[in-house]
Design a protein around this ligand. Structure first.
Ligand code: ATR
Length: 263
């Protein structure tokens, strides 16, 4: 039962999704924890007030989604190493009024990629996108020893990321000339009404493994499955990052039986 002892967790996004509430509340329920998680819509202009409320209302933790992951860094008290390296925070833990920022996307990406591919050292990886999620993936691929090529609609962002992680830069218009072992879509192409292929079918054929960070049955994943490629769906990365978030929030492992439905 909810009462004055209930710990409150929230997530903030311009367009909140359903995943976080379902994932965390199921975990709380299965473990019998007196905690609740509520997604909140927060517009960019209200971000500072939202962060003040986390302290003021003693909200114990907060998930951070688009478009706040970068700007929120300057509003927090401590930033974890990976979040600082990636320059994006997707998780806040409130410990006695000190707000610590973490990035659990990198862990989620690392686990989702390596459980399907094993060792990716020296594998040719083409990354589409240079936003917050793409930066976490670029960091992971670099440290796992993959050979990275980065392309993005806005060239400056891809160029900066390529310099940081010693990757090759590819012009967005040239993306259908790419080839390699692993293709990763970290753009929002494929999401909701934007459900279109980020590359041509011919390009998909040139890779062995296709990863899409967009959650759901995207056209990219469907085509890759039809071509019998190894696929890494967005829900895997999201579930693994959620499990680490749950651990940061509660100190406990996310229940395996809940995890199964996402994997
Ligand atoms: P996230 O935190 O999920 O990574 P983001 O930082 O807003 O979200 O990044 C979204 C990514 O999708 C970016 O790489 C973006 O490209 P730009 O850097 O040019 O904005 C990409 N993206 C979004 N809409 C796109 C579109 N219609 N075509 C191509 N790329 C798109």
């Amino acid at each position: 039962m909810l009462n004055k002892e209930t710990d409150l967790y929230i997530s903030i996004a311009e367009r909140p999704g359903e995943f976080g509430a379902r994932f965390h509340n199921e975990g709380f329920e299965v473990l019998g924890l007196n905690k609740i998680y509520l997604p909140r819509r927060v517009l960019p202009n209200d971000l500072e007030e939202a962060v003040k409320s986390i302290r003021g209302l003693d909200i114990k933790g907060c998930g951070v989604s688009m478009p706040h992951k970068e700007r929120i860094i300057s509003l927090l008290d401590r930033i974890d190493f990976e979040a600082s390296e990636i320059a994006a925070v997707n998780t806040i833990v409130n410990k006695s009024g000190i707000l610590r920022g973490y990035n659990t996307d990198a862990y989620g990406a690392r686990k989702a990629i390596t459980e399907k591919t094993g060792d990716i050292a020296r594998k040719e990886v083409v990354l589409l996108g240079a936003g917050g999620a793409a930066r976490a993936i670029a960091y992971v691929v670099y440290y796992l020893g993959g050979r990275l090529t980065i392309t993005n609609r806005t060239p400056e962002k891809a160029k900066a990321l390529a310099v940081k992680y010693h990757a090759k830069y590819l012009d967005w218009q040239e993306r259908d000339n790419s080839q390699g072992d692993i293709l990763i879509n970290a753009t929002s192409l494929g999401m909701g009404t934007n459900n279109q292929l980020p590359v041509s079918e011919e390009t998909i054929k040139k890779f062995d493994i296709i990863m899409d960070i967009v959650v759901g049955e995207t056209e990219l994943l469907q085509k890759a499955q039809q071509m019998k490629k190894v696929t890494i769906p967005g829900r895997t990365m999201v579930a693994y990052q959620g499990a680490l978030q749950f651990k940061l929030y509660t100190g406990q492992d996310y229940p395996l039986k809940c995890m199964e439905e996402y994997l």
